[in-house]
Structures are given as structure tokens and as C-alpha cells.
Design a protein around this ligand. Structure first.
Ligand SMILES: N[C@@H](CCC(=O)N[C@@H](CS)C(=O)NCC(=O)O)C(=O)O
Length: 205
């Protein structure tokens, strides 16, 4: 049995969507980060990084969306969530790494600037850059990395679960998703999937 530690409306959505898509045998454990639950001793014993998501597996805990997505996809081969060739898998990994290390981090500067600076002016400067940074990221994805209709082309893969976060990040900083027709179509298609609908409902969205 897998246990997903998550907080509503966070990037844990990506891992949650994939668990639901593959029909995994899992339960969820909510970690309300708004109440600081991720900094409590019990959760730090699960993820010392004090972040969600984390996935408890029979072999131990996995953190970081890209790693969780790979694990869930690889352990449910019947769901066909990993691209067929080594090259296509590397492309999917590259997109997931970009979403994790660049796009999510660019978004985090909106609310979590204190990770990088204490100075009020520096914080304000970082926040002011968030919309243009995210607009650049979205344009790159739109132009180069979203093959369409799904991230990797005709087949749905684990990258689609992660890509579903981008419209949320854009809208949170006031960027219009319609500026990116392929991303908008992807999000529309995602919302039609029953697994995605169940997860959005579980996150109160
Ligand atoms: N690179 C991590 C990022 C995880 C992350 O930053 N999660 C946020 C929620 S979206 C969090 O737990 N924030 C709590 C905090 O910053 O205190 C991943 O992809 O799993």
C-alpha cells in the first residue's frame, strides 16, 4: 500500500493525479502546510525537507515529484505511463526536471521568496519578476516541449500529470492561459479525465 502525503492545491497534485490515473492501491495523508504541519516532528521523520508531496512505499519514502512520477509509472507498467523509447523517456524526464527545478522554483518566488532573501526590497524585486519569468517558461513549453495533444505526443504519460500544474501557476500570477493555446487545450483535456476530476475534487478545486 502506498501513502501519498499531500496538501490541498499544492504541487502534490501532480503525483496525486498519476496515482489515480494508474489505479494505484494508495491512501492519502493530508499535511496542512498552511498550519505548519509539514514542520512538525512526525512529518519531518517522513520528509526532512518539510515539503509535500512525499510517497511512502513498501521500500521507503520517495520525495520530489519527478521521482514519485517515475516510480508510480514504472511500478504500474500496465498503465503505459512511460514513453516507449529511451529517448522519449529522457525527453519526458527533461520536461519533468524543467517543471520541478525551473518552473516551480520561478513560481515559488511569489510566496516563498524568504528562502532566498530577507531584505524587503530584494523580496519585492523577486516577486515583481515572477509573472515575466513564468510567462517565459510557459512560452518555452508551448513552443518547444508540449508536443500535443499530450506532453509527449499522442500518448498520455507521467509528464501530463506534472504539466497540469502550469495553468494553476500561471493563473495564480495573473497570466492568461489563452495566451498559450496548446497549454490551454492540454488543461481542458486534462479536466475531462475522470481521474483528474477525482483528484481536483479531493483538493477542493
Ligand atoms: N521539488 C519539490 C517541491 C516541493 C514543494 O516545494 N512543495 C511545496 C508545496 S507546492 C511545499 O511543501 N511547501 C512548503 C514550504 O515551502 O514550506 C517537488 O517537486 O516535490
Amino acid at each position: 500500500m502506498l501513502v501519498l502525503y499531500f496538501a490541498q492545491g499544492t504541487s502534490a497534485l501532480a503525483s496525486h493525479i498519476l496515482l489515480e490515473e494508474v489505479g494505484a492501491n494508495y491512501t492519502v495523508q493530508e499535511v496542512p502546510i498552511s498550519k505548519g504541519a509539514h514542520r512538525e516532528k512526525t512529518y519531518l521523520a517522513i520528509n526532512p525537507k518539510a515539503r509535500v508531496p512525499a510517497l511512502m512505499t513498501p521500500e521507503g519514502v520517495i520525495t520530489e515529484n519527478p521521482a514519485i512520477l517515475n516510480y508510480v509509472a514504472a511500478t504500474h507498467p500496465e498503465a503505459g505511463m512511460l514513453p516507449d523509447t529511451h529517448f522519449a523517456r529522457a525527453e519526458a524526464d527533461a520536461l519533468n526536471a524543467y517543471l520541478c527545478a525551473t518552473v516551480h522554483v520561478a513560481y515559488a518566488h511569489k510566496l516563498r521568496g524568504a528562502r532566498w532573501a530577507d531584505d524587503e526590497a530584494a523580496l519585492a524585486a523577486m516577486q515583481a519578476k515572477v509573472p515575466s519569468n513564468l510567462a517565459d517558461c510557459a512560452a518555452l513549453i508551448e513552443t518547444h516541449y508540449l508536443k500535443g495533444p499530450w506532453a509527449m505526443g499522442d500518448s498520455f504519460s507521467h509528464s501530463d500529470a506534472y504539466l497540469a500544474l502550469v495553468p494553476r501557476w500561471l493563473s495564480a500570477v495573473g497570466l492568461d492561459l489563452d495566451r498559450y493555446p496548446k497549454l490551454a487545450a492540454h488543461w481542458e483535456a486534462m479536466q475531462k479525465r475522470p481521474a483528474v476530476q477525482r483528484v481536483l475534487a479531493a483538493h477542493g478545486l
